[in-house]
Ligand binder design. Structure first.
Ligand code: HEC
Length: 106
């Protein structure tokens, strides 16, 4: 009996781990670095795409873009892991226009 419960708990843990990090679990400091390194190459005043900062959009808009997979440039990204993406999301969403600390990339 104890063994069965233990095995089930272990299986649940493994399942959770295999789902990858949830978007809400990102580290925004790492995200800031990753965003500058991987996204600002295009998304800046001098780049070929729209100049995007966290404060460009409100939190609901960032959530929509990321959760509904509405980001058109994904195929052009350099290698971005799910973890990296969660970190980038934490930066953009956490410092959106209507967040407590809106941020603009310089
Ligand atoms: C090779 C250039 C390039 C790179 C690198 C790039 N993008 Fe884009 N991105 C584009 C283009 C082009 C568009 C569509 C037109 C536009 O928004 O200027 C776009 C659109 C977007 C949009 C939609 C903007 C809107 O207003 O609807 C988001 C969000 C976005 N990119 C996020 C990112 C993120 C996050 C990264 C880094 C992981 C990234 N992009 C890297 C070129 C790029």
């Amino acid at each position: 009996m104890i063994k069965t419960v233990f095995a089930m708990a272990l299986a649940a843990l493994l399942l959770l781990a295999s789902l990858g990090p949830a978007l809400s679990e990102g580290n925004w400091r790492k995200g800031k670095y990753l965003y500058r390194k991987n996204c600002r190459t295009c998304h800046s005043a001098k780049g070929p795409a729209k100049d995007l900062s966290p404060s460009t959009y409100k939190q609901a808009k960032w959530a929509e873009l990321f959760n509904q997979n509405k980001i058109p440039c994904k195929p052009k990204w350099p290698k971005i892991t799910d973890k990296d993406l969660a970190d980038i999301y934490a930066y953009l969403h956490g410092h959106a226009a209507d967040s407590p600390s809106p941020a603009k990339c310089k």
